[in-house]
Design a protein around this ligand. Structure first.
Ligand code: ADP
Ligand code: MG
Length: 242
């Protein structure tokens, strides 16, 4: 299930809500197949940035390119991205299989292809035995797996994760973190992952983007950022115990 990979390029991207700038002119190039983590304290603009890449939020200024194509004004559904949120609303009256298939049915994908996609996603996520259950019969971790499965079946070029593990307890977060790392190794897609948890960032990222008040403070490998923080803010944030 190895995907073609896509670069993501932000060129002078800015976002204001009324008079307030929440993302200042920001440039970033994410390489194809890279796992990039946006990390920073609550309110620094991580979700806003991710939502602009997804097309769920208008860009005030600047351009966003995915796989070399300018998507700044493109419909979210046409960007080749899938997003996984912290609060994953599964359809309670549908089985796991139906939850996974639903988006593809709406897109009029043929039934045989839907079955193939759902089974492939279930295998990657090890949720095959759960396909006939309802969400109410699943644990929190299993539900989050199904939510990720809904992203996988759409075969996106790019996965965007917004604090997908925040609602899980500490132990489950650690095991799901390993699952997400494995997913990236197996699928090979470009992934951007947002978290305020520096441990998650350090363990998952190829590169970390440290954000503060809508600006990039530092970009680098976890090791480079840890060993050579650009300033006191980065040092304090990355180095602080959780
Ligand atoms: P993070 O995800 O890093 O916690 P957000 O991107 O959610 O941060 O928010 C960044 C800033 O933008 C915050 O100050 C937040 O209050 C503000 N903000 C986010 N969404 C809106 C909105 N729809 N209207 C006005 N302000 C917003
Ligand atoms: Mg957020």
């Amino acid at each position: 299930m190895t995907a073609e990979t896509a670069t993501i390029e932000l060129r002078g991207v800015r976002k204001s809500f009324g008079p307030v700038d929440v993302i200042h002119k920001l440039d970033l190039l994410v390489k194809g197949g890279e796992f990039v983590v946006f990390v920073g304290p609550s309110g620094c603009g991580k979700s806003t940035l991710l939502r602009m890449i997804a097309g769920l939020e208008d860009v005030t200024d600047g351009d966003i390119l995915i796989a070399g194509r300018d998507v700044t004004d493109l419909d979210p559904a046409k960007r080749g991205i899938a997003m996984v949120f912290q609060s994953y609303a599964l359809y309670p009256h549908m089985s796991v299989r139906e939850n996974l298939a639903f988006g593809l049915e709406i897109a009029k994908v043929p039934a045989a292809e839907i079955r193939r996609q759902v089974d492939a996603a279930a295998e990657v996520l090890k949720i095959g035995p759960l396909l006939d259950r309802r969400p109410g019969q699943l644990s929190g971790g299993q539900r989050q797996r199904v939510a990720i499965g809904r992203a996988i079946v759409r075969k996106p070029l790019v996965f965007l994760f917004d604090e997908p593990l925040s609602n899980l307890d500490a132990e489950l977060r650690v095991s799901m973190r390993a699952e997400i790392a494995r997913l990236h190794r197996e699928l090979g897609n470009t992934m951007i992952y947002v978290t305020h948890d520096q441990t998650e960032a350090m363990t998952l990222a190829d590169r970390i983007v440290v954000l503060r008040d809508g600006r990039i403070e530092q970009v680098g490998s976890p090791r480079a950022v840890y060993e050579n923080p650009a300033n006191l803010f980065v040092a304090g944030f990355i180095g602080s115990p959780r």
